[in-house]
Design a protein around this ligand. Structure first.
Ligand code: GLA
Length: 410
């Protein structure tokens, strides 16, 4: 995808950083829209990095209709290997967790029409102290290609740091993380003829990764972890609003894996979490145990209108906007602003966030960047409510969100 064709459709409010946008992996065939799938980490951390979880999840993705909605990656996070490499320096799948090894599981998952991902780290160890890929980048990527693995998440624990021994994270020191990701990206490029691997930079937003992540990968984490609490949703969601312009086809801000269906957030908070991640064009990676997920959470993850917005080919992330004629509040850094919008290939998305309180929200279309004044057709994603008018008015509960797709009326 070439950014020049895309920019013509992007309202001027989103153009502020256009000059910084292009380095992107223009020749990519994967990751053109945000990754959709599941990951083991938020489910049960190390305990979920097994064949049993991978296969149960693959079956459930099909059974629950999630696969048909686009959730296709079954990603295994930290702790899938043994604690030591083998005599040839290769990573070894933990035999207790992977009795058949990795390749037969990948084949089974591919036969189900799904994809398979693994996790590793730029440092000597992963964050949970399993072998990292430092100085083994090419060897590890060759293994991934031989196993037909579709996705790689590259973390940044136990990396070079100006203190000895290196701490788990080197947050406190001004170290450039870019060379580590560049090296892994080169390794991934080197096997491209054999296997194209989607590359996720798990980089926590260090060194303003959103300004350069697209040179190397298809998505990059913009913040520290989503810990599954409301504060994390607010911290990460508000950050995404500040850097929306860096997302585009083939390279997206990654707001981190979802906590929908983990009994950690209220129903409204789960709706806002998912709705905001969807309009911010984040990867939508389920972090719940699909064998136990409550139906109310499943229904959020299966919201087709939000998935269509997230997977829109334009790939432009929504950002806060301040309606000129309303009593809209001053933006407060670190808070989720009540009004959001962004371009879609068939119109615009508008969202009202109740993160700062319930309210009756209202905006005229003339106040929305990218929309002409006058009548438009709209549909709200969670309620299914539809209308035709020159403005939007909607009641939003505390911590809930309303997300509207606004189009020209046929
Ligand atoms: C880091 C990452 C998480 C997860 C864990 C695994 O904290 O940011 O997403 O992968 O490591 O140890």
């Amino acid at each position: 995808m070439h950014r020049s064709s895309l920019l013509a459709l992007v309202p001027s409010v989103f153009l502020a950083h256009a000059a910084t946008l292009r380095n992107r992996l223009d020749d990519t065939n994967v990751g053109l829209t945000p990754t959709m799938g599941w990951s083991s980490w938020n489910v049960a951390q190390c305990d979920a990095a097994s064949e049993e979880y991978a296969m149960n999840t693959a079956n459930k993705l099909s059974e629950l209709g999630l696969k048909d909605l686009g959730y296709e990656y079954v990603n295994i996070d930290d702790c899938w290997t043994a604690k030591e490499r083998d005599g040839n320096g290769n990573l070894v799948p933990d035999p207790n967790k992977w009795p058949r090894g990795i390749r037969p599981v990948v084949d089974d998952i591919h036969a189900m029409g799904l994809k398979f991902g693994l996790y590793g780290c730029a440092g000597t160890l992963t964050c949970a102290s399993y072998p990292g890929s430092e100085d083994h980048e090419y060897q590890d990527v060759q293994l991934l290609a031989d196993w037909d693995v579709d996705f790689w998440k590259h973390d940044n624990c136990f990396t070079e740091c100006p203190v000895t021994p290196p701490p788990q994270t080197c947050w406190d020191y001004p170290v450039s993380t870019e060379p580590w990701y560049a090296k892994m990206a080169d390794a991934i490029q080197s096997v491209k003829a054999q296997k194209e691997i989607l590359f996720n930079l798990c980089q926590w937003g260090r060194n303003e990764v959103w300004t350069w992540g697209d040179k190397y990968g298809h998505s990059w984490r913009i913040e520290n972890d989503n810990w599954g609490d409301w504060e994390s949703v607010v911290r990460i969601g508000s950050k995404a609003g500040e850097i929306a312009q860096y997302s585009g086809p083939g390279g997206f801000n990654d707001l981190d894996m979802l906590f929908v269906g983990n009994n950690k957030l209220t129903h409204n908070q789960e709706r806002l979490h998912f709705g905001l991640w969807a309009i911010a064009k984040s990867p939508l990676v389920i972090g719940a145990d699909l064998t136990k997920i409550p139906t109310s959470s499943l229904d959020i993850l299966r919201n087709k209108d939000l998935i269509v917005i997230n997977q829109d080919p334009l790939g432009a992330a929504a950002a806060p906007f301040r309606p000129s004629n309303s009593n809209s509040p001053e933006p407060v850094p670190g808070e989720i602003y009540p009004y959001w919008t962004g371009p879609l290939s068939n119109g615009v998305v508008v969202a009202f966030s109740g993160a700062n309180g319930a309210g009756d929200f209202s905006v005229k279309f003339s106040e929305v960047p990218g929309l002409e004044a006058g009548e438009h057709c709209w549909k709200e994603a969670y309620s299914g409510e539809e209308g035709r008018s020159d403005s939007l008015s909607f009641s939003v509960e505390q911590d809930d969100i309303a997300v509207f797709t606004v189009t020209d009326c046929a």
